[in-house]
Design a protein around this ligand. Structure first.
Ligand code: MN
Length: 251
């Protein structure tokens, strides 16, 4: 099998290296990832400046490619140029931080996987649900390997991906794996207004997470319960329930 792995935390991120080491025995692993931190890049692409690839080395001495562009750009360059279209699975991660519910719209990690399915390759997005520096990468790596092996026997339909969030605990303490749907999640108090040393105003995006009370079968609830959430996503943002009402109305 030929894997492309990427992320939004940068080509030298610990989570990406943990992912690479977890799956490399399954086949060929090509790494194309942003040359710098790109969390929150969403599905941005680079249109008005050159895109460049730089060879670099991972801690095990293998070659990886740093890319000047966004996570979505990395998937385009990785699949079309570096791998010449010969790709069996694209995996984005392992992200340092959760990507749950509505948050996925900001996520470079999930958007890289969405770019892969747009191009026509199956994809996984994997995140470790913590912002702490005390990280259990090995848990997320082991879960990813389990899911990749499952996907080999159970391929998902074209133009779909699995968004995976793993609790930051030792593997033995994970309370199961649940297939989930997106729950509601948003940030509140998002904007901090500050003064710089010269007295000029600047703003800093921040905020705290406000998880709404939500159903048992959502990713947000699974994460709160210490379970792995596996949410199938696709590119279609249509509200199908509203569409079924609206399309009968003639204005
Ligand atoms: Mn990130």
């Amino acid at each position: 099998m030929r894997f492309l792995i990427t992320n939004d935390d940068g080509v030298h991120a610990d989570g990406l290296y943990a992912l690479k080491k977890a799956i490399e025995h399954l086949g060929e692993v090509v790494v194309v990832a942003p040359e710098r931190q790109r969390s929150g890049a969403g599905h941005a692409i680079t249109l008005n400046e050159p895109l460049r690839l730089y060879e670099t080395k991972l801690p095990d001495g293998t070659i990886a490619y740093g890319c000047s562009g966004t996570p979505a750009d990395c998937v385009t360059l990785g699949t079309l140029e570096v791998m010449q279209g010969d790709v069996d699975l694209v995996i984005s991660g392992i992200n340092h931080g959760p990507n749950l519910g509505w948050d996925v719209h900001y996520s470079g990690t999930v958007s890289a996987a969405l770019e892969a399915v747009m191009i026509g390759h199956p994809a996984l997005a994997v995140s470790l649900s913590t912002f702490s520096t005390d990280t259990h990468w090995s848990t997320a790596a082991a879960i990813t390997l389990k899911l990749v092996n499952w996907l080999i026997d159970n391929p998902i339909p074209p133009h779909t991906l699995l968004n995976v969030n793993v609790p930051n605990v030792p593997l033995a303490d994970v309370k199961g794996i649940s297939f989930t749907r997106q729950g509601p999640r948003q940030y509140v108090d998002r904007l901090e207004k500050r003064l710089d040393p010269s007295g000029k105003t600047y703003y800093w995006l921040s905020g705290t997470i406000a998880d709404h009370q939500t159903a048992d079968d959502t990713d947000v609830t699974a994460a709160a319960d210490g379970r792995v959430s596996v949410t199938p996503l696709h590119l279609d943002l249509t509200d199908h329930a509203l569409f079924s009402t609206l399309h009968k109305i003639i204005i």
